[in-house]
Design a protein around this ligand. Structure first.
Ligand code: GUN
Length: 285
């Protein structure tokens, strides 16, 4: 029987810490403000954006909402980003992905000031992460590190295997585990004999985007398994990249879906809004 890592409870802890720090800043006359930009009306994006705004409200962070029509042009979106970059009252900028077809995502993300890039997607912040300088870290992998640390799972010296090499999760996840002195392997679709590699893992982070792909055969007895995936199954239920029922009896600890990594992403976004104030005002929070 694996220990179930309760992402909801740990996210609540992180958000409570952020709420207290936001309140302390308010006493010093410093406010925290996040601008959230959504282009078009993708239903999943609308849910994420709504949850991000709700989390802001719960921790005392002001949120500004920009809901732009599907037909918004690249120039219009760039102009909005420029405007938000220039505003002293806006600390963080988040452009919800995916953007509608026809918009150049990379150009938009690169235009966000690296000091306001609460998603941690700007190449400057990715570079800071890789050399261990202060900056923004992508919320989902940062959330995974908090899940491990706050569950008392050691990373130092452990075999860590990440499945998936996306810019948002897999690559920064590898960097963060390395920073924590893990021995890190990042696997992907060209990896030969994936099972042989994943079976070595003390900590297995799965971010492949394929429903229930990882079964007990991929997992070493007693390993910690972190499931970053989220999918709506044919039965209407949510599931992850990990086949929970197959892996849970083998694993030492495991995150459920929902209620594992998901809530941590938003909690770390709130944390990153604090980081934005710290970076902009050169204070520690
Ligand atoms: N779409 C899905 N996840 C994310 C995220 O973490 N940030 C942004 N901006 N868009 C997303």
């Amino acid at each position: 029987m694996a220990k179930i890592i309760d992402g909801k409870a740990i996210a609540a802890q992180v958000k409570e810490e952020v709420r207290q720090k936001v309140a302390q800043l308010a006493e010093q006359g410093v406010s925290v403000c996040l601008a959230v930009v959504q282009v078009g009306s993708d239903p999943a994006s609308s849910v994420y954006v709504r949850n991000k705004k709700k989390a802001c409200e719960a921790v005392g962070i002001k949120s500004l909402s920009y809901e732009l029509p599907e037909e918004t042009t690249q120039a219009e979106l760039l102009a909005l980003v420029d405007d938000l970059n220039a505003r002293a009252d806006v600390n963080g900028i988040l452009v919800q992905l995916p953007l509608p077809k026809g918009l150049n995502e990379e150009e938009i993300l690169d235009r966000i000031s690296p000091l306001k890039d609460v998603d941690g997607f700007h190449p400057q912040n990715v570079g800071c992460l890789s050399v261990g300088k202060p900056g923004f870290v992508s919320c989902t992998p940062a959330g995974v590190i908090q899940l491990l640390k706050r569950s008392g799972i050691a990373i130092d010296g452990q075999e860590c295997v990440v499945i998936g090499r996306s810019n948002i999760v897999g690559k920064p996840m590898g960097m963060l585990l390395l920073q924590e002195n893990g021995t890190v392997t990042v696997t992907h679709s060209h990896t030969k004999d994936l099972k042989e590699v994943t079976k070595r893992a003390d900590i297995l982070v799965v971010a492949i985007g394929k429903p229930r792909m990882i079964t007990a055969e991929y997992v070493k007895e007693g390993a910690t398994v972190i499931d970053v995936g989220i999918h709506r199954g044919g039965d209407g239920k949510l599931c992850g990249d990990v086949d929970f029922d197959s892996v849970e009896p083998v694993a030492g600890a495991i995150t459920p879906v929902p209620g594992g990594v998901g809530p941590m992403t938003i909690a770390m976004l709130m944390h990153n809004c604090l980081t934005s104030v710290a970076l902009q005002k050169k204070i520690s929070v």
